[in-house]
Write a protein that binds this ligand. Sequence first.
Ligand code: NAD
Length: 363
Amino acid sequence: MSNVFNVDPAGEAPPYPVLLAETRRDVMSHVEEVWKPSWKRAVLIADDTTRELFAEPLENALSDRGLSPLVCSFAPGEESKMRATKAAIEDRMLEAGVDRSACVVAIGGGIVLDVAGFVAATFMRGLPHINVATTLLAQVDAAIGGKTAVNTPRGKNLIGAIHHPRAVIIDTAALASLDDVDLRCGLAEAVKHAVLSDAALFDRLEAWARDADDLRPPRDVLTRCIAIKADVVADDDRDRGKRNILNYGHTVAHAIEHATGHATPHGYAVAMGMVVESRLAARAGRFPADDLERLVALLEALGLPAAPGCAFEAASPYLSRDKKSRGGDIRCAIPERIGTTVAEDDGTWTRVVSAEAIREAWT
Ligand SMILES: NC(=O)c1ccc[n+]([C@@H]2O[C@H](COP(=O)([O-])OP(=O)(O)OC[C@H]3O[C@@H](n4cnc5c(N)ncnc54)[C@H](O)[C@@H]3O)[C@@H](O)[C@H]2O)c1
């Protein structure tokens, strides 16, 4: 097995491998390697695009093994990441007689993995699932760590569960068909990992961004990002402490996504959010101004936006609806400087910030 990492959530969930697949054939063989004899049926969940591009060979391979795969798909996009989509998949599974001996195989980007993982978390009180990550964002972030969720009109990811996969397969060959916007979304999360905990990775991204003629990151960048995510998850698998640092940029990002009716891609919103939240910290003397300049320069070199895509007034109603919010306050996770994040004085990993401070940091 090209087992890059073992994620050990340390809680009740068993450790699971993250496997790199360089070819379509690798994806199939990894699924076969991790498949348990007790899993008698396969449920493949994709969006319409990933179903068309990637599901068929897997469906055939699982069919050949007598696993009668049921394939469920939905329209791509954040608008589909909602309770109605989850319910429609569950109804199809019930109609098809899926029971607790099934395993869910999610094939796609963060949206498919979030929805399919949530289906797996609650169907008959929980089915095992395997994540086949086909976007860069899913590969460096969403596929690992067991966070699953859907959005509601009141905010992003507000309804969900922590349900770790049994294996994660990183389909690197799939990146060949991914468009530049979606590659940039993944790069935004890679920059986030670097700012949070790896100054050398930040240097590497800067050097690569200067010379890159293609937005697909080199393998060492990909594996370093996977390692960072796996480490943070191992520290705090239930998202009660240090794992909150992964929300860097996301308080502002989620508000911008909502304010723009999800027209701002998630990674672009994260780029904007990292800049606003770091500027806020820099103005309070808690993030070096030079680091803020480097962050803006790297995002721009990667073709990511550094300025918010909507007015503060449009985003502000959503800031305190974030999951990190407690009693209506606004909380952000902000690193100390590039490569280092430390706990706040009260031992938590997020700090309360005022709406006024965010407004001042908006531009
Ligand atoms: N669970 C987590 O820990 C976590 C972490 C980060 C982000 N997320 C969530 O992830 C979501 C964003 O994920 P995303 O950026 O992967 O978006 P996505 O899942 O919508 O994928 C982007 C687009 O690319 C298409 N696509 C997927 N793979 C492809 C391929 N290989 N070739 C061509 N097209 C392909 C999809 O059909 C979709 O249209 C957000 O909802 C965010 O909240 C979750």
